[in-house]
Design a protein around this ligand. Structure first.
Ligand code: C5P
Length: 310
């Protein structure tokens, strides 16, 4: 019976409305305050029970040919971790992921796939873990995985994994400018440390009083005024040409902002019309690989059960 079930999970990308980064800790991570927002760009993962105990992965969609499908892939790692901690060695799964979230783009594409794999395999293997347990397990895979399980708006502290859900108000219109090539998150943090050692930046993992309320006001002008990303300076050291994308403006374009560790640049727009006009303008330049429109906040992953195809 179980072998005829399939579980499909649609998981949204995230952006960080604020990323306030402190000094490097003893364990190599950085304490931070991250204000996460889930946005309407989705990866879709389908999990089908395997007749043996293999965990396999096939990928399709935007840039997927560049990704590993073995245990280097966070989705495979998530399935393996869940089985090891809560399942039995005879469980297996065939995973399929269709990607729309940019790869190595600072939008939690890999973390989203890991979150989707946890949710799907939990259902498929009937393990009955609750969302808190899945978030805790996700934190072992990556700092952004717990938020990818949650969605909406949330503030993350620690290395980003300790989450407090926040109100969801409004619908912000974002345009995402996908860069040519990706950026490595550890690489960006390494340059952050170098800039701090040289006294060029001062690590501070706190947000000014009142910033949080403005960020999640749902009002695009108020949000635009307090967007912050401390990884922007190190990302620009590695990819100076991003400055040109960040400088693009237009009618109703309220702010440009680096997504996570980059290199995707997000533009906050006043409304849909200004977002669509900006997309056209960006597409006419050679600065970007692709442009995508998204709305945030959106709810977290949605799980659908299906009969497997015979
Ligand atoms: O947790 P995750 O695997 O996504 O992090 C990737 C890398 O980013 C870490 O290995 C670390 O170098 C860096 N990182 C950090 N501080 C954080 C989160 C990530 O230094 N709070």
């Amino acid at each position: 019976m179980q072998f005829h079930d399939a579980v499909r999970v649609r998981v949204p990308a995230k952006i960080n409305l604020a990323l306030a980064v402190g000094p490097r800790r003893g364990d190599g991570f950085h304490d931070l305050t991250s204000v996460f927002q889930a946005v309407s760009v989705y990866d879709e993962l389908t999990a089908v029970a395997s007749p043996d105990n293999r965990i396999t992965l096939v990928m399709s969609g935007r840039g997927s040919e560049d990704l590993p499908t073995d245990e280097q892939n966070l989705a495979v790692r998530a399935a393996m971790l869940l089985r090891e901690r809560h399942g039995t060695s005879e469980l297996g799964v065939d995973l399929r992921i269709h990607k729309d979230i940019p790869i190595a783009g600072g939008m939690a594409g890999g973390s989203g796939d890991a979150a989707a794999a946890l949710l799907a395999c939990n259902e498929l293997w009937q393990l009955d873990l609750n969302l808190d347990e899945l978030r805790d397990l996700g934190a072992e895979i990556g700092s952004d995985v717990p938020f990818s399980v949650l969605g909406g708006n949330a503030v993350g502290t620690g290395r980003g994994e300790r989450l407090t859900p926040l109100d969801e108000r409004g619908a912000l219109h974002w345009v995402f400018a996908l860069a040519h090539g990706g950026l490595s998150t550890p690489g960006v943090y390494r340059v952050f440390d170098e800039l701090a050692a040289a006294g060029r930046i001062t690590p501070d993992p706190t947000l000014p009083a009142g910033a949080l309320a403005e960020l999640i006001s749902g009002d695009p002008e108020r949000t635009a005024a307090v967007l912050r990303n401390d990884l922007c300076a190190p990302a620009l050291e590695l990819r100076p040409e991003l400055a040109e994308t960040l400088a693009v403006t237009g009618d109703g374009v309220l702010a440009s902002h680096l997504c996570g560790s980059g290199p995707t640049v997000a533009f906050l727009c006043r409304d849909e019309a200004s977002a669509l006009a900006l997309m056209q303008r960006l597409s006419d330049t050679s600065l970007v690989r692709d442009v995508v429109h998204g709305i945030g906040p959106v709810p977290g992953p949605v799980t659908v059960h299906e009969a497997a195809h015979p």
